[in-house]
Design a protein around this ligand. Structure first.
Ligand code: FMN
Ligand code: FE2
Ligand code: FE2
Length: 398
């Protein structure tokens, strides 16, 4: 896809990454892809907003070249130092030796610690402006959206907010960079939530602070560094982020996530029964096999719904490892305050249930029910499992 004009003289010069399997070396994006959006402002002074990862430099350069000679860049704005936006910094530097690198004071320190770059670098203050000619850039400090050094850049005359990770999402762009050119945004909104829970969720408070900080800006285009550019309805993605950030502390959606971990299927059979009980009570329910579905896809469900039912076979005196791994991620994302229940299967002394109880306490999850069987389920066990699910869901509705 060649560079695309977002507003007169402002171009998307992004790279659609469809070949990386993992984002941040951990989160799967092989199927969905992810875009690294850079933006080019072709004015009296030429500025590039955000770079790209090391391996995508060639693609970025050819994008820039469709508008202007990369060697002639005057400024490179580094909103955020994470290497998905700066991996190509040193190489681009060599190709654009005149360009001044701009970033927060912390970003400037990081340019040295990550890349040994100290020359031709300038720190910008919160609120500072920079004229490029027809366009004026203004820089806003938005710490921890996503790293401590992160800023957002606003093009004042054309009312474009370059928000970097904020308001971003997974999902390579399919034909258009603009949200308003898609008939159906479900894929991108789901991928934005997955991205939010995987990458940003720990920083909900800072997301709300950033939204508040920007509230008086008449933003007409939200141009993040991953995912769609929001032009017709820029408020949509800001509202989604505000809602999701609110889930960290406030009420979340009704509904139940059932996650199970099983070696031989006993716990799975019980999970099916529990899910049937929840569905019978009229609440939405989603069922995940913790060993087969990457936590990346389970976190959004746990994050956005009030009810969590964890099923785990006992494995060597504790939780089945994929379940433990998921819960430890839930802990590091601080998804606290959910209503929970446990079920499982043990062969002899058990242990999964005890470990879950400890983990739930750390998470400040209220455990309203726990149920365990020895070995495989009888018909009566399955019936009890269904009642357990029904009871749990009915309790949530009250
Ligand atoms: C590798 C392995 C380790 C196990 N460790 C324990 C254990 O420490 N304590 C226990 O009560 N049962 C243990 N069990 C027995 C299982 O918890 C039991 O077979 C259970 O029914 C398995 O449920 P599933 O079919 O959902 O995998 C273990 C089983 C396996 C295969
Ligand atoms: Fe980031
Ligand atoms: Fe990023």
């Amino acid at each position: 896809m060649p560079a695309v004009e977002v507003r007169p003289g402002i171009y998307w010069a992004g790279v659609n990454d469809r070949t990386s399997d993992l984002f941040e070396g951990f989160w799967p994006v092989a199927r969905e892809g992810v875009s690294h959006n850079s933006y080019l402002i072709d004015d009296e002074k030429k500025a590039l907003i955000d770079i790209t990862s090391e391996s995508l430099l060639e693609s970025l350069l050819s994008q820039i070249a469709t508008v202007t000679d990369p060697a002639g860049l005057d400024y490179i704005v580094i909103n955020h130092m994470e290497p998905d936006h700066t991996g190509a910094l040193r190489a681009l530097r060599r190709l654009a030796p005149r360009a001044t690198l701009l970033g927060s004071k912390k970003a400037v320190e990081m340019m040295e610690s990550y890349y040994g770059v100290t020359e031709g670098v300038r720190a910008v203050e919160d609120g500072e402006t920079l004229s490029l000619g027809r366009n004026t850039l203004q820089f806003f400090s938005t710490p921890f959206v996503h790293w401590p050094e992160t800023i957002m850049t606003y093009a004042q005359e054309q009312k474009v907010l370059f928000s970097c990770d904020g308001f971003g999402g997974y999902g390579a762009l399919q034909g258009s960079i603009f949200a308003d050119e898609y008939a159906d945004l479900r894929f991108y909104e789901e991928e934005a939530l997955r991205y939010y829970t995987n990458i940003v969720a720990l920083f909900g408070k800072q997301v709300l602070k950033a939204i508040d900080r920007l509230k008086d800006l008449p933003v007409e285009v939200v141009a993040p560094s991953h995912g769609l550019v929001w032009r017709r309805n820029p408020g949509r993605i800001i509202e989604l982020y505000r809602t999701w950030a609110g889930y960290a502390t406030g009420p979340v959606e009704p509904g139940v996530t059932v996650v199970f971990g099983t070696m031989y299927g006993n716990t799975r059979a019980m999970a099916e029964a529990v899910a049937a009980g929840v569905a019978g009570a009229g609440l939405p329910v989603t069922l995940f096999d913790a060993a087969r579905v990457h936590p990346s896809y389970i976190l959004p469900a746990i994050y956005s719904r009030q009810g969590v039912v964890i099923g785990s076979a006992t494995y060597e005196g504790g939780l089945f490892p994929p379940v433990r791994n998921l819960l430890s991620l839930v802990e590091s994302k601080r998804i606290v305050g959910r209503t929970a229940a446990f079920f499982g299967s043990r062969g002899w002394g058990g242990g999964a249930r005890r470990e879950f109880a400890r983990q739930a306490e750390t998470l400040q999850w209220e455990v309203v029910d726990a149920w365990e069987m020895q070995g495989g389920p009888t018909t009566k066990d399955l019936q009890e499992g269904e009642e357990f699910g029904h009871r749990f869901a009915a309790g949530l509705r009250r």
